[in-house]
Design a protein around this ligand. Structure first.
Ligand code: NIG
Ligand code: FE
Length: 387
């Protein structure tokens, strides 16, 4: 196995508690990669010898971002809807049906190329693990193909047949729930790790969501939930009741919701690019963190409610608009993203972890929020290789 010494690191964020501080940051650092894994981290002066070496000239190195929520399998875009929102039209989940129609029309090759383009965009911005949902097919065949395509890019695939009730079932929502929990689940079960439901007025109610998530759990899928995005509702409590890995959005929470998240350890996934793009209030990250809830930051990249693939943008919003410290925001986009996906091998640079990292054209991770909109990721490594 070949080893690579990365030296001259001005600031190395490891998320390894043995290095102290909230981020396990080491100044004037070095790191050794062996094959696909991190083999050693520490002070530059203590670095062991390796087969090859690169000097990053004082740049910062951070764990690659773990983007725990995205909807990348789709066709078309909804730029006009975005423009209308910016002049006052409210966001409506009804727009999902526009993308469903375009996605059903697209060929496998077109959908695959679109995912590839977006995953490339993400990697350029430092993302090394991404969760990808279905949810714009909403027929047995279209959901199955969405997950087969997603699986070519990630192990973190999520079945979201319960995104909205499609137009063809508008008069028969119960029939659609039967489809999602029956033939559609049969068709996707081998291709998905997770099952998700959009629990919201206009999408699925508490009883429908419980039936769908329970059916998925019985087939070996693990639950995660779109919860409390557009208003207070049952999504967060249901996620806690069913032992979901994450309740994502969490824009409108009651005190009882926050208590339930803190008690159960369900990760609250905050998706500030959505609030940016829907002109909604940002979720109260401070209240969650102060209550002991684990907060993950993710893009939710999708053509409707927010079309950003950029975790650095989310970090900047979290710091500026959600009262997170830069250190909390980086931890939420790395270590907490991994927790949201129940992964222990990513989100940190402890020896033995996947060598997934980003080299920043900056002396410190602080610049991610300090220099918003600037392409600061000089190089991303996935499993020890530059991508
Ligand atoms: O996470 N909330 C539901 N689903 C997406 C939006 C999808 C769309 O508008 O196309 C979300 O925001
Ligand atoms: Fe989403």
């Amino acid at each position: 196995m070949t080893s690579l010494l990365v030296t001259g690191i001005g600031s190395l964020v490891t998320n390894d508690p043995s290095h102290g501080g909230p981020l396990g940051e080491i100044l004037d650092a070095a790191l050794v990669i062996e094959g696909s894994k991190v083999a050693w981290t520490g002070r530059r002066a203590d670095a062991p010898v390796a087969d090859n070496a690169i000097d990053v000239a004082g740049r910062a190195v951070i764990p690659g971002f773990v983007d725990s929520h995205s909807h990348l399998v789709f066709a078309g875009d909804r730029a006009e809807e975005f423009a209308a929102r910016m002049t006052g039209t409210p966001y409506s989940a009804g727009g999902i049906r526009t993308t469903v129609a375009a996605t059903r029309q697209a060929t496998d090759e077109q959908l695959t190329a679109n995912v590839a383009r977006l995953v490339t965009e993400m990697r350029r911005q430092g993302t090394t693990t991404v969760e990808i949902k279905s949810g714009y097919g909403l027929t047995v065949a279209d959901e199955a193909r969405a997950l087969q395509i997603a699986r070519q890019f990630t192990d973190e695939t999520t079945y979201l047949g319960a995104h909205v009730v499609p137009a063809d079932y508008a008069d028969d929502p119960a029939g659609y729930v039967d489809l999602v929990t029956g033939p559609m689940l049969d068709a996707v079960a081998g291709h998905a790790k997770w099952i998700d439901v959009f629990v919201e007025r206009g999408a699925f109610d508490e009883d429908q969501a419980r039936a769908i998530l329970t059916a998925g759990i019985a087939r070996g899928l693990q639950p995660r939930v779109h919860a409390n995005q557009l208003g207070e509702g049952p999504g967060v409590q249901l996620a806690c009741e069913l032992g979901a890995a994450a309740a994502d959005h969490c824009t409108y929470l009651t005190d009882a919701d926050i208590d339930a998240l803190a008690q159960t350890g369900v990760v609250a996934g905050l998706l500030p690019a959505i609030e940016f793009s829907t002109r909604s209030p940002y979720p109260n990250a401070r209240r969650l963190i102060d209550a002991g809830v684990t907060v993950a930051l993710a893009t939710d990249c999708n053509p409707g409610s927010g079309y950003s693939s950029s975790v650095p943008f989310c970090i900047a919003l979290a710091v500026r608009e959600m009262h997170m410290t830069p250190a909390e925001a980086l931890w939420s986009a790395t270590a907490a993203g991994a927790k949201s996906l129940r992964r222990t091998d990513v989100g940190h640079l402890t020896p033995g972890a996947q060598a997934n990292l980003a080299i920043l054209d900056a002396p410190s991770y602080l610049h991610l929020a300090y220099r918003p909109g600037v392409p600061l990721v000089a190089q991303t490594y996935v499993a020890g290789r530059p991508v």
